[in-house]
Write a protein that binds this ligand. Sequence first.
Ligand SMILES: *Cc1c(COP(=O)(O)O)cnc(C)c1O
Length: 388
Amino acid sequence: MTEGAAPFELASMIVAHDEGNAYSAVVPPIAQTSLFTFSDYDDMVSSYRGEKVRPIYTRGLNPTVRMFEEMLAKLEGAEDALGFASGMAAISAAVLSFVAPGDRIVAVRHVYPDAFRLFGTILKRMNIEVTYVDGRDEAAVDKALPGAKIFYMESPTSWVMEAHDVCALAAIAKKHGVVSMIDNSWASPIFQQPITLGVDLVIHSASKYLGGHSDVVAGIVAGSKEMIARLKAEAYPYLGAKLSPFDAWLLIRGLRTLPIRMKAHEASALAIAQRLQDLDIVEQVCHPGLANRLPTGLNGTSGLFSLVFREGVDIRAFCDNLKLFRLGVSWGGHESLVVPGEVVLQQKAQPNSAQEFGIHARSVRLHVGLEGTEALWSDLEEAIAVAS
Ligand SMILES: *Cc1c(COP(=O)(O)O)cnc(C)c1O
């Protein structure tokens, strides 16, 4: 295990290389083009033979997308990275690159609901079995892993926010020769760099903190050159869920403020979680920062957590009386958001992960945005007064 870089040193890694741009524009131009032309026959044939690497067609290689991939690889301490059209495209391409019919995957319980549904539908039809373990139970992980092809992690997990010792879990996967991957969207590379903890592949929904402005749906996978080459060989070109140049450009813009945004989300969310924990009408607050210590390798906490209200609290009134916290899924942007568990439990999607995850009917998930701690706290206090 190597030491991860401190959050604010990471800021210096977020520098877009602008050499060669017209007048060295500080914001890199977008290569908003589907294809690139050749100067002559020899130029074309040498590219096709692979004698030189240059963009030919944007589904394969695009300079703006490549710039974002290189920035993210650096932030994660990875050799390489590959951008995708969504977080789910990144998850499906990573998983499908390492399994065949008859294989088994072990996943921590409570993974992101659509990842759970991918496993329970398409993978199931392909005769790929996914078994779930409590990621906090290292003995159970050790017992489940022999013979599996992938160990799929997410820490902390969606909604109930179970945080794992990623370093220990990665070592167990390595011992059994199982490829390990983790969804690192919640912590971002600012607070957790799983590659430095021994994980093989890191996946992000870049739609969340990496983009940071609620205006992009995108994904990325980072890892060793060898692992990323495996994705590049088949799943990336043939499933074809390519990150668009404009979205990559927006993500480059987003990365520039990532370290300071994460610090601000952390400070506000932690302060609010602590105050909520002290209220009589709150039964439980699920926020990893409220534990005595964070797991090894998790160096901070983000803006997303959940809480369970005591019986009798009018959750509809709570939601409808919030002004800054708006009802909406996703997270990672400027805006504060609320999602009531009782609404998620009514979702029609199959398999229904809400039940599987033990989402409490009296829970709500909050994303603490960047509007300011005291303004957000007043908003919560006023809604709680009406609801209790
Ligand atoms: C949103 C999300 C995803 C899926 O990403 P998309 O960009 O929406 O496809 C995956 N994992 C986590 C933890 C998420 O929050």
